[in-house]
Design a protein around this ligand. Structure first.
Ligand SMILES: [Zn+2]
Length: 414
């Protein structure tokens, strides 16, 4: 077998001729050409016989036996009769605007979905920003295939997440039934979420039964406006945050009012132990709690209020949970703790949406750990410069996008 035949098989690209190869300081360069002699327009695919010029171009393909592999071809620019302008010809191995082969991009996208940032950049030997660009192309192709992702949605959750150190936001919508992100857009205000429902249109909006959101006024007003028939569920994570904040504020007040330095230091160190879930506390944490019970009844009462609230949300029966929640609010108001009194007010104002959680158990955080996954991606995406790249990464990893890495087919092509 000749070396060029071996290379053609190893490159594993259809409609490709291998003319020769050489080595340079970076790896192997394979001289190739498409099998079609008559060029086609890269934009519309029309036959375009009139060649305008040729330019040497290189495409990265995946490594052959660990060698960086590039393909070289003097690509033609053609006068396209249909586009009525000069266009780059279509080649079978890559998008005409792109310096990586399809196979290279598929492999990169697959790795980006499965592996760490370091694994992708080192294995593919490209910058993280380039990974972002490749992911954006792969995902937009997937999304272009149709908008059936937002068809037949019944139970959804909308959430905002910050990136770039809380300077920028992306709003995501998840399908609770499938546990996938179905929509995402830059921004976090009412207009952002409204854009989702507008895209959904009135017919599909009618199908929506529940929407899980945080208690922000912006989201509440949009849900009331766009899907007034749907039940609003307040996301458990966000609801519990109110109590955590109240506890933390109470603790800080106590630190401020402590009389001695020692007392201050002891109270400061309690943050970790008291914020934990009841079930996650260690023996050391419990000891801390015992000390607080003996020395600082305010913080101890605050912990009890926070913990007992979480216990109410664990209830299975809505009517039991309602009674418990009402009793909880009475206790909070009677506690004399100002931050819990104001938390109780918020809870009472949103009680129906909180109880919807008990009924449905839908919560944005719980959807297959989706929320955590999205947040991890956001951290990984540091270095992406646009919201588009971050959104693409979210879709790639949480949107049910299927990518299959390209494989070598020894007998596939002749
Ligand atoms: Zn054209």
């Amino acid at each position: 077998m000749r070396a060029t035949t071996l290379l053609r098989k190893a490159l594993s690209i259809q409609h490709l001729i291998v003319h020769g190869f050489e080595f340079d300081d970076r790896g192997i360069v394979v001289t190739v050409a498409p099998t079609n002699r008559v060029p086609r327009c890269g934009e519309c695919g029309s036959i375009a016989r009139s060649v305008y010029d040729r330019r040497q171009r290189y495409w990265r393909h995946h490594d052959l036996a660990g060698m960086m592999t590039r393909m070289r071809y003097p690509i033609r620019r053609v006068r396209c009769p249909r586009c009525e302008s000069v266009k780059t010809e279509r080649v079978p191995w890559a998008d005409s605007s792109c310096n990586f082969t399809y196979a290279f991009e598929e492999r990169t996208a697959f790795l980006a979905q499965q592996c760490s940032k370091t694994a992708v950049t080192k294995l593919m030997r490209i910058a993280w920003r380039t990974v972002g660009e490749i992911v954006t192309r792969t995902v937009s192709e997937y999304l272009d295939k149709g908008d059936d992702r937002i068809d037949g949605l019944r139970h959804i959750g909308a959430d905002e997440l910050s990136y770039r150190r809380h300077h920028k936001y992306v709003t995501t919508v998840v399908n609770h039934e499938l546990g996938v992100v179905v929509w995402a857009k830059e921004g976090k205000n009412a207009a952002t979420l409204r854009a989702f429902f507008e895209e959904l249109g009135p017919e599909r909006c009618k199908l929506i039964e529940t929407v899980t959101i945080d208690m922000s006024k912006a989201f509440i007003s949009v849900v009331k406006e766009m899907v007034p028939h749907a039940k609003m569920i307040f996301d458990r994570f966000h609801v519990q945050r109110i109590l955590q904040d109240a506890l933390d504020k109470t603790r800080r007040d106590e630190v401020r009012e402590a009389e001695t330095k020692e007392q201050k230091a002891i109270l400061k160190n309690t943050r970790n132990a008291i914020q934990k879930r009841e079930s996650n506390r260690t023996d050391d944490d419990l000891e801390t709690l015992e000390e607080l019970r003996a020395n600082n009844s305010h913080i101890f009462d605050a912990i009890l209020l926070k913990d007992s609230f979480a216990a109410v949300l664990d209830k299975r029966q809505v009517n039991v949970a309602r009674l418990n929640l009402e009793q909880w609010a009475v206790n909070a108001e009677a506690s004399g703790l100002v931050h819990f009194q104001s938390a109780a007010k918020t809870i009472k104002n949103h009680i129906d949406g909180i109880l919807e959680y008990v009924r449905t158990r839908f919560s944005n955080g719980r959807t297959e750990g989706l929320n955590g996954k999205v947040r991890t991606i956001t951290r990984r995406s540091f270095g992406f410069h646009s919201a588009a790249a971050l959104i693409s990464m979210i879709f790639l990893c949480c949107g049910g996008v299927e990518v299959t890495p390209a494989f070598f087919h020894p007998l596939g092509f002749h």
